[in-house]
Design a protein around this ligand. Structure first.
Ligand code: MLT
Ligand code: MN
Ligand code: ZN
Length: 313
C-alpha cells in the first residue's frame, strides 16, 4: 500500500490566517525551526494508479498539484476514485466541494456524517450534478467495506471504521447529541500486500477498542492536535480544552505518548494544531515525542507498506 501525507496540520493549517501565536508568527518570519503545513489529509493506493483520499481538506487543490501521483494521466482524468471521511468537520470535508468538476467519486462515511453533509445543505447539490456523480458508501463499524474504483471494480483496498468518542462538527452541535459515529478512526487494508494503515486524526479517548485497532496496523497516524489539555487557554487563544474538542493531548499522564507506549510499529502524529510545541524541531516536546518512537508527520511524507517492503521514501 502506498501512502502520501498531503497535509499534516489541524484545521486552519500552519500558519493559520488569523493567528499570530509564537509558532505561526515564527514560521512566517523564519524565526522558529518549523515547517509550514497544510490541513490534514492522506492519499492511499493499492497499485499506485487508483488513489483514495482520507479526508478532503480545504487545501486540496494545492495538495493535489504538489503530488505527481494524483495528476491526470490524460485530458479530463483523475487518479482519484474517492474520499473516505473520518468526520463531518469542515477541515475534513470542505475539499469535497472543490472536487466538483464532473468527476464521479465515491464518498465513504458513516450515515451521520453523510446526513450532515447532504441534508438541508444546498451546496451539496454541486456534487450531485448528474446521476452517479457522487456515490455514497456507508461505513459501519461492524463491517469491512471494499473501496471501488470509479467503474465499480475493486481497488484492492478495504476500509473499516472504528467508532470513537467524539463530537458532532461545530456547525451541527446545536440540537445534535454526540454519537460514536460522528468521528471515527480508519483501518485501511491492502490484503494482497498484507498491509494495514491506522488513521485516527481525531480521538478523545484511548480505550481498549482503540488500542486493539492500532495494534493491527503496520503504520499508525494518530491525533497530535494539542500537546496539553489547556493549550489554547494558556496561550490566550480559546476557552475549550483538548478533550472537550475531541482530542486527547500528546503530553501528560493521560496523553497519547504515555497511554500508547506499547505500540512498536512506525507511528506519526498528525492533525497538529498550530499552537502545538511539537511543531518546533528544537523543542523539548519534539524531543520527548521522538524519544517515545513517534514522528511528527509532515506534508509530502510517503510510505510503502506491506509486501513491497515497509520503508519511508
Ligand atoms: C477539530 O478538529 O476539533 C475541528 O476541526 C475544529 C473545527 O471544526 O474548527
Ligand atoms: Mn480538525
Ligand atoms: Zn497559531
Amino acid at each position: 500500500m502506498r501512502v502520501r501525507v498531503l497535509g499534516s496540520a489541524a484545521g486552519g493549517g500552519f500558519p493559520q490566517w488569523n493567528c499570530g501565536c509564537v509558532n505561526c508568527d515564527g514560521v512566517r518570519t523564519g524565526t522558529v525551526a518549523a515547517s509550514a503545513r497544510s490541513q490534514e489529509s492522506l492519499a492511499v493506493s493499492a497499485d499506485g494508479e487508483t488513489w483514495f483520499l482520507l479526508n478532503a481538506s480545504p487545501d486540496i487543490r494545492s495538495q493535489i498539484e504538489a503530488a505527481p501521483q494524483l495528476h491526470p494521466r490524460r485530458p479530463r482524468h483523475s487518479p482519484l476514485a474517492g474520499v473516505v471521511l473520518t468526520s463531518g468537520d469542515v477541515d475534513h470535508c470542505l475539499g469535497l466541494f472543490c472536487l466538483r468538476e464532473a468527476q464521479p467519486l465515491v464518498v465513504a462515511s458513516t450515515e451521520r456524517v453523510w446526513r450532515g453533509l447532504a441534508e438541508t445543505n444546498a451546496l451539496f447539490r454541486t456534487l450531485q450534478r448528474f446521476p452517479g456523480h457522487t456515490r455514497w458508501l456507508e461505513l459501519d463499524p461492524e463491517q469491512r467495506v471494499s473501496l471501488p474504483t470509479a467503474d465499480g471494480a475493486p481497488s484492492g483496498l478495504t476500509v473499516q471504521a472504528v467508532a470513537l468518542t467524539g463530537a458532532p462538527p461545530l456547525h451541527l452541535r446545536a440540537g445534535l447529541a454526540p454519537s460514536e459515529l460522528d468521528n471515527i478512526g480508519l483501518l485501511v487494508e491492502h490484503a494482497e500486500a498484507g498491509a494495514v494503515l491506522a488513521y485516527f486524526p481525531g480521538c478523545a479517548q484511548i480505550d481498549g477498542r482503540v488500542r486493539n485497532a492500532l495494534a493491527r496496523a503496520d503504520a499508525v497516524f494518530f491525533d497530535g492536535t494539542f500537546w496539553s489539555n489547556w493549550e489554547l487557554k494558556e496561550q490566550g487563544l480559546g476557552e475549550r480544552s483538548a478533550f472537550d474538542m475531541g482530542h486527547v493531548p500528546v503530553g501528560g499522564a493521560e496523553g497519547s505518548m504515555e497511554t500508547l507506549q506499547s505500540l512498536t510499529q512506525q507511528r506519526f502524529l498528525i492533525h497538529i494544531n498550530n499552537t502545538n510545541p511539537v511543531l518546533r524541531e528544537d523543542s523539548a516536546e519534539r524531543r520527548f515525542v521522538e524519544a517515545h518512537g513517534w514522528r511528527v508527520a509532515s506534508d509530502g511524507l510517503e510510505l510503502v507498506l506491506g509486501s513491497t517492503g515497509a520503508r519511508s521514501a
